[in-house]
Ligand binder design. Structure first.
Ligand code: F6R
Length: 263
């Protein structure tokens, strides 16, 4: 894991956007894995800015979102399809037919999960997966106890996730209890992952994910098995890391390599 600690969420999001932009420029038909929630909002704002002022071209990009609440139609203001439309898709030139968000109204979730996996595979697999993390260490909606080999399927939201997401719905009662989500195994197959976390509420989950043992109780920790993960943090979310000074040294070494100071 490469751990990058930026002074703020703004700078962290810009750093993530530059990695996304680099990929899209190099591979216009890139397959992006996208996340919802509060964390990637600034990243999406920066990608919109890059599209509008630097001509970053999404016209041939395909996207797959991590998850969707069960029972919400795409038009529901809290559905993840609606979130993506409002916060990214309608502001860039992505072809909406190439955007995929799991269908929260599928009747047969087992079959639907396999179909979603097949669509990802047919597209050539995810080149770059954007991830946030829950306070309980979940990635996508893979709550504690999820199999680290899991694939796209139904999951029951954990009580802490319901509490956290109530801020978007108004009350806890309104938060759907079920979601359809990519599995940990699905995420581990993406070619590269960027895990974003900002704010002190994420510090414990980040310490467990980056430096703790690999365990299904913290599904983010499975990313330790992935060969290309960039973890982008702000000072607060990095505050419980034990090996902080080492991560800074690694970044300094990267900087010197890139600037040609070290051959
Ligand atoms: C969203 C997702 C979730 C969130 C996580 C953090 O698509 O998969 O894992 O990334 O719950 O949510 P926020 O960013 O709202 O703190």
């Amino acid at each position: 894991m490469r751990v990058i600690i930026e002074p703020s969420a703004e700078l962290g999001s810009q750093r993530a956007a530059s990695i996304v932009a680099q990929l899209v420029r190099k591979k216009p038909r890139a397959i992006l894995g996208l996340a919802t929630g509060g964390t990637p909002l600034k990243l999406y704002q920066e990608l919109i800015r890059m599209h509008q002022s630097e001509g970053l071209d999404f016209s041939r990009v395909t996207s797959f979102n991590l998850d969707e609440y069960v029972g919400l139609p795409p038009t529901h203001p809290q559905s993840y399809r609606h979130f993506m439309t409002e916060n990214l898709f309608r502001h860039v030139n992505i072809d909406i037919r190439n955007t995929h968000v799991p269908d929260g109204r599928a009747l047969d979730y087992e079959t639907y999960g396999s179909q979603y996996e097949a669509m990802i595979e047919e597209a050539g697999g995810i080149d770059l997966q954007i991830l946030g993390i829950g306070r309980d260490g979940h990635i996508a909606f893979n709550e504690p106890g999820s199999s680290l080999g899991s694939r796209t399927r139904l999951k029951t939201l954990a009580p802490e996730t319901i509490r956290d997401n109530a801020r978007f719905f108004g009350t806890e009662e309104d938060v759907p209890r079920l979601a359809i989500t990519m599995g940990v195994g699905t995420i581990l197959e993406s070619k590269k992952c960027i895990l974003l976390a900002f704010g002190k509420d994420k510090a414990e989950a980040i310490a467990a994910t980056v430096e703790g043992p690999v365990t299904a109780q913290v599904t983010g920790s499975a990313l330790q098995f992935h060969r290309d993960v960039v973890v982008i943090l702000d000072e607060e979310s990095a505050s419980q890391l034990q090996r902080r000074s080492y991560y800074d040294e690694v970044e300094e070494a990267h900087r010197r390599l890139q600037s040609g100071e070290v051959k």
